[in-house]
Design a protein around this ligand. Sequence first.
Ligand SMILES: Cc1ncc(COP(=O)(O)O)c(C=O)c1O
Length: 338
Amino acid sequence: MSTSAVFPSSNNIIERIGNTPLIELKSFSTPKTRIFAKLEWHNPFGSVKDRAAFWMIKNAERQNILKKDKSIIIEPTSGNTGIALTGIASHLGYKVEIVIPEKVSKETKDILRKLGATLHETSDDLCPRVGAGTDQSIALAYAISKPRPEIYYMPNQYENDANYYAHYESTGPEIWKQTEGKVTHFFTGCGTGGTITGTGKFLKEKNNEVKVVAIQAQKNHLLQGLRNFEESAKPELFLRREDVVDEWYTATNEKSFGMAKEIALKEHILVGPSSGSVLASMMDLAEKNPDQENVFVGIFADDGRKFKSLYKEQGIFTEDEFDKYLKNSKFMSQLAYN
Ligand SMILES: Cc1ncc(COP(=O)(O)O)c(C=O)c1O
């Protein structure tokens, strides 16, 4: 099994989506369980959501829904989907408006503005909630777009099957190939459910023994991109294929931030909080099954660059520590917007 990272070098932004490195976290692997991380910040706009954004835009183009220099793409999102949609859509000649909860980090909002998005801020919780009457950002995106269908297109990642296919056609096959079919467990945090259902279905079709572990955030959480499914109903996209999940793990803020710090200390990689959640669940399961030979693969959705203010606020890193870890971080990627 290859444990070395392969870095795509193409200058073409679209060609740089996918084919992210898979690395072994040797200081976390145990005698029986090898722990691998799929470094999704190697996508050009810095997260796993580049895949879903590109698949949704490509699908809309195929259906002639989008018109260059005329269409506006509007989407409710807590960050990464917005960054991906804005970057990819601007590159392809479409404008973007993002409806975003105000609690999302300042760095995320700055990146969105820098990429050219118009932001509509709502007083929602960190993640747009799904479910009757609870969500302002989804409602606002509908209110803006519905009356003007000739201009606005809302991909709606919570229902759009292209979000599922992005992972069924790219993330899943990549993991299968990179582990030479040896993956035993797949772990990812859940927002829309696109990553878990698409990747999980593909891997189970290849080997129905592969276990799929879903990570949700605790209630009232600070884990941008993840959800708690008691606070927020499961999105329609997730419900269509939720049978793919074998096990659930609830990540606390404390465990997730603590693990993000441990990864920086032991592996010299500065990750985003949700990667801490994923590694926490991998270590938990490895401890519960000490005698089983396992190959665990977890999605590390984004790196720590956007979280300086959050990490400082939460007392995870001081500003100086953050800068030091960032400077020395291994496996950093070249973002399309820096
Ligand atoms: C920051 C972040 N965004 C998005 C996702 C996955 O989201 P989705 O379920 O929408 O595919 C994750 C999953 O780990 C995440 O950590």
